[in-house]
Design a protein around this ligand. Structure first.
Ligand SMILES: [Zn+2]
Length: 310
């Protein structure tokens, strides 16, 4: 039942066919990398199925308004928004089991969005499987997962599978322009690597902009061999360990991109340069590990500077 769709416009076209022919299946499984838009697409499909207007989702009917206000009685989301912990518990799965057998309140369907089903504990996954094996009438399950192979295969095989691919560079550029932002789109688009979620984060949220700007400063400090600026920039945020970790993650991604560019552009890049760069990547990885295990930011930052600048 695999529907391999790589670009999001194709997925939207597919949704239109479902809606035009009123052939709603009882379970859809959206999979693909983090930030590519799986949950956004699943919510769009849910809103469209529930919509009672003409061009679905019309955005103005009673159902669409309730959906937008998160008050639709026939739409339930389960799971952690950021996918940082296991999706949902056995208790929540059982609660859903009970709810699923009640009739829809407003319209024809009752829809459940189940996030990150690849992180479910076996007990919750088995409850979900039972429900998907013999689904109640007029219930639609929308499942998302970053890693299709970590989800229970018996669940996946009972769903229509929709692969959500990364956005193309052109799609990212068009999207960046649509945000009407100032600044360099090139670096942010490179860093986002086809993830619209990451693009929005770095380009259009206060936290993302801060992380991107600080990691840019650190990158330039490294390139210009300015140890003082590198250390000073990190010391200014050292009170917030979570922020420091996010900055180092971003810096690691930036350096990986730099290395990739160098290798692709200059095949003759000297081995010594590559090995120096690789050791810097290891230094950052070690700093991230140390911060996660012991959390003493000042010491980790000083050590990172010593390691990088020798
Ligand atoms: Zn509507």
């Amino acid at each position: 039942m695999e529907v391999k769709i790589a670009a999001q416009q194709k997925i939207l076209d597919y949704f239109n066919k479902i809606l035009a022919n009123n052939v709603v299946f009882h379970a859809y499984f959206f999979y693909g990398n983090e930030g590519v838009g799986k949950k956004t697409l699943a919510r769009f499909l849910a809103k469209s199925i529930l919509c009672i207007g003409v061009n679905k989702p019309c955005g103005v009917c009673n159902s669409c308004r309730k959906f937008s206000n998160s008050t639709h009685p026939d739409y339930v989301e389960l799971g952690d928004e950021l996918g940082v912990k296991q999706s949902f518990s056995i208790k929540e799965a059982r609660g859903m089991l009970e709810q699923a057998f009640f009739m829809a309140n407003d319209g024809e369907y009752k829809i459940f969005l189940l996030k990150d089903v690849d992180t479910l504990l076996p007990s919750a996954a088995n409850s979900l499987l039972k429900l998907i094996e013999s689904p109640p009438d007029n219930v639609v399950f929308l499942l998302t997962a970053n890693n299709k192979h970590k989800a229970l295969p018996t669940i996946v095989s009972r769903c229509i599978q929709i692969f959500v691919g990364q956005a193309s560079r052109l799609e990212c550029e068009v999207y960046f322009k649509s945000l009407s932002l100032n600044g360099s789109s090139k670096d942010i688009i490179n860093l986002s690597q086809g993830s619209i979620g990451k693009l929005i984060f770095y380009a259009n949220t206060e936290e993302g902009k801060l992380i991107f700007n600080i990691s840019e400063k650190l990158k330039l400090a490294y390139i210009n061999n300015n140890e003082f600026l590198f250390l000073y920039t990190l010391q200014r945020v050292e009170k917030d360990v979570v922020l420091v970790l996010k900055i180092l993650d971003c810096l690691l991604a930036q350096f990986l991109l730099l290395l990739e560019c160098n290798i692709n552009k200059h095949n003759s890049l000297k081995d010594t340069n590559i090995s120096k760069f690789c050791s810097v990547l290891n230094n950052i990885l070690n700093a991230i590990k140390a911060l996660k295990s012991m959390g003493n930011v000042a010491i980790c930052i000083s050590k990172l500077c010593c390691d990088i600048f020798g």
